[in-house]
Design a protein around this ligand. Structure first.
Ligand SMILES: C[S@@+](CC[C@H](N)C(=O)[O-])C[C@H]1O[C@@H](n2cnc3c(N)ncnc32)[C@H](O)[C@@H]1O
Length: 280
C-alpha cells in the first residue's frame, strides 16, 4: 500500500500561530503552578520561617486595628509612595519615628529602611508596635533658637564645605550629624525623608542638622541616579530657609501641602571645587 503523505504546510503564518499558542499554553501552565504553590500539593516544598513576619503583614494587621494614624495627609503620603514605588527596593533613611514608620518600612519591600529618632522613650513606644523596623537613636546638639547662627557658622568652619567636608566624626562642623552608626555613612541613600526631629519650639533640636547632613549625603553620592529628599513641615521658616539653602529650589520636584520633594544630583568635580555653589 502506498504510504499516505502528510499534508504539506504551505502557510508559514499557520505554523507561527500554532507555535505561539503552544508557547502561551506552556507559560500559562508554569504560571498556574506558581500561583498554586501555596496549595496543599506544593506547600510542603516551601520552607517558611514563621518566626519572621514580613513587615507588610505586620503593617496590615497594625493599621487595620489602630486608631493612631500618620500625621502626614493622604496627599503628602502619596508623594513618597510614588517615589518608593518607582525605585523600590532601595535604601531609605527616615529622620523621625512616628505612627507612619511601619507604613514606610512596608512600602520599601526587600529594601533597606532605617529610622533615626532623638527621643529614646518614643523609640520604645514605637518598637512595641513595630518591633521589626530598624531604628537608631540620634543625639542632636542643635536648637531651633540657634538656626540663624548656624547659617553663619557653616560658612566659616572649613570642615563644613569641600574640600575639607566629611560626615563621620566631624565634630567641628555643628551642622553635621557626626556620631551616627557607621552603616548610616557607608550606605548610599536613595530616598531620605526628613520628618524629625521636633522643631516647633525654640529649645527643640530643629531639623537644621538633618537637612544639612541629608544634603551632603546627596551631593557626595557616588552611585548613579539622584537622591530623593522629602522634607515635611515646610510651613515653618527654619525648614523653608534651610531647604532653599542646602536642598535648593532648582532641585525641587514637587510641593504638596506641607511637603517638599527634591531630586538632588551628585555634585560634579566642578561643583566640589566651587565652595559657594557646592549645594546650589
Ligand atoms: C513630626 S513627628 C513625626 C510624626 C510622623 N511623621 C507621624 O506621622 O507620626 C517628629 C518627632 O516628633 C516626636 N513625636 C511624634 N509623635 C510623638 C508622640 N506621640 N509622642 C512623643 N513624641 C512624638 C518624635 O520625636 C518624632 O521624631
Amino acid at each position: 500500500m502506498k504510504p499516505r503523505r502528510l499534508p504539506s504546510i504551505d502557510r508559514p503564518w499557520l505554523v507561527a500561530t500554532l507555535a505561539a499558542a503552544v508557547m502561551i499554553a506552556v507559560l500559562m501552565l508554569i504560571g498556574s503552578f506558581n500561583a498554586t504553590s501555596n496549595s496543599a500539593f506544593f506547600c510542603r516544598s516551601k520552607v517558611v520561617d514563621r518566626g519572621i513576619m514580613p513587615v507588610q503583614l505586620h503593617s496590615i494587621l497594625h493599621y487595620a486595628t489602630t486608631r493612631a494614624v500618620p500625621q502626614q495627609s493622604a496627599r503628602e503620603v502619596h508623594v513618597t509612595f510614588d517615589v518608593l514605588f518607582s525605585i523600590y527596593p532601595c535604601n531609605f533613611l527616615v529622620f523621625g519615628l512616628g505612627h507612619d514608620s511601619l507604613m514606610w518600612a512596608s512600602l520599601n519591600p526587600n529594601g533597606f529602611t532605617m529610622f533615626l529618632e532623638e527621643d529614646p522613650n518614643w523609640v520604645r513606644t514605637i518598637l512595641t508596635k513595630a518591633p521589626n523596623i530598624r531604628v537608631h537613636s540620634v543625639e542632636y546638639k542643635t536648637h531651633v533658637y540657634d538656626a540663624k547662627n548656624l547659617l553663619a557658622h557653616y560658612k566659616t568652619e572649613p570642615t563644613c564645605l569641600p574640600p575639607k567636608l566629611f560626615l563621620n566624626g566631624n565634630t567641628k562642623c555643628r551642622l553635621v550629624l557626626s556620631d551616627l552608626p557607621n552603616e548610616i555613612y557607608s550606605k548610599e541613600w536613595d530616598v531620605i525623608m526628613i520628618d524629625g526631629p521636633r522643631g516647633y519650639q525654640p529649645e527643640l533640636p530643629g531639623r537644621m542638622a538633618a537637612i544639612y547632613t541629608a544634603a551632603v549625603m546627596a551631593r557626595l553620592r557616588t552611585r548613579p541616579g539622584v537622591t530623593h529628599v522629602i522634607l515635611h513641615d515646610v510651613n515653618r521658616r527654619v525648614e523653608r530657609v534651610y531647604a532653599e539653602k542646602f536642598l535648593c529650589k532648582k532641585h525641587l520636584v514637587k510641593g504638596v501641602e506641607r511637603l517638599w520633594h527634591f531630586a538632588i544630583p551628585s555634585a560634579t568635580k566642578e561643583d566640589t571645587k566651587k565652595v559657594n555653589t557646592f549645594f546650589c
